[in-house]
Design a protein around this ligand. Structure first.
Ligand SMILES: CC(C)(COP(=O)(O)OP(=O)(O)OC[C@H]1O[C@@H](n2cnc3c(N)ncnc32)[C@H](O)[C@@H]1OP(=O)(O)O)[C@@H](O)C(=O)NCCC(=O)NCCS
Length: 197
């Protein structure tokens, strides 16, 4: 049974599935980093910088996790669990059956870069996804110019598996992406939490 509101801890970090009650800190995080993240993001919906948007988004986040479709985590320092959001890391597009896949995405507060936060968070989420969700493969992609993202994935053990032209519509244009993946090193078969086939 997967916890409805999973939490993941690492030596330095606390990752929690954000809900409507976190609308304030989530709004602050995205507002503070609007310019920094826009370069690597798809277009934001109307009201993205309002607290009411993050209340609705938080409810949807809990619903999607309960349905086993997507798991979006906010990152905080372990000793400041209710403190500012340092970044986000998300597993989306969960596919069950013989695939057992999900896609990984992430972004960090501009001021918190260069501290190893994202590698630590990505490694922890992948381990959790293999052990608790019993996924087998996690995919992630980055624009060829995004050196920092490439390093995060390489350090977390992801391997480059391809190159896709015009892969995602990011910051106003179709952008090529390098495709990467990480598979569960144990190679175990789908388990009791692996969802319907
Ligand atoms: C991509 C992104 C998350 C990478 O952030 P980052 O800070 O470079 O990555 P990490 O948090 O893993 O930190 C790694 C750096 O911290 C350094 N570091 C400092 N202290 C460290 C510690 N205690 N442990 C590990 N690394 C440490 C590492 O040496 C490394 O620096 P280097 O790359 O210059 O060698 C960030 O740049 C970002 O949010 N970009 C915009 C959004 C984005 O691109 N999202 C991904 C789209 S595909």
């Amino acid at each position: 049974m997967i916890a409805q509101r999973p939490e993941i801890t690492t030596p330095r970090l606390y990752l929690y599935l954000f809900g409507p009650e976190h609308a304030g800190v989530m709004r602050e995080h995205v507002a503070r980093n609007e310019g920094h993240l826009a370069r690597w993001s798809s277009a934001h919906p109307e009201g993205y910088l309002t607290e009411s948007y993050w209340e609705t988004r938080g409810k949807k986040n809990v619903d999607e996790a309960t349905a086993g479709k997507a798991f979006r985590f906010a990152i905080a320092w372990i000793d400041q669990k209710r403190g500012p959001v340092l970044g986000m890391v998300a597993l989306t597009d969960v596919v069950r059956g013989p695939q057992q896949w999900a896609n990984l995405g992430y972004g960090l507060d501009e001021r918190e870069q260069g501290k190893g936060i994202m590698v630590e968070a990505v490694k922890a989420v992948c381990t959790w996804a293999f052990d608790e969700l019993r996924l087998h493969r996690i995919t992630a992609s980055y624009m060829p110019t995004n050196d920092r993202s490439a390093k995060v994935l390489r350090r977390a053990g992801f391997a480059v598996v391809g190159y896709a032209r015009d892969f995602l519509f990011i910051n106003g244009a179709w952008r090529d992406h390098v495709l990467t993946a990480l598979t569960d090193p144990t190679g175990r078969a789908p388990g009791p939490t692996s969802g319907p086939g």
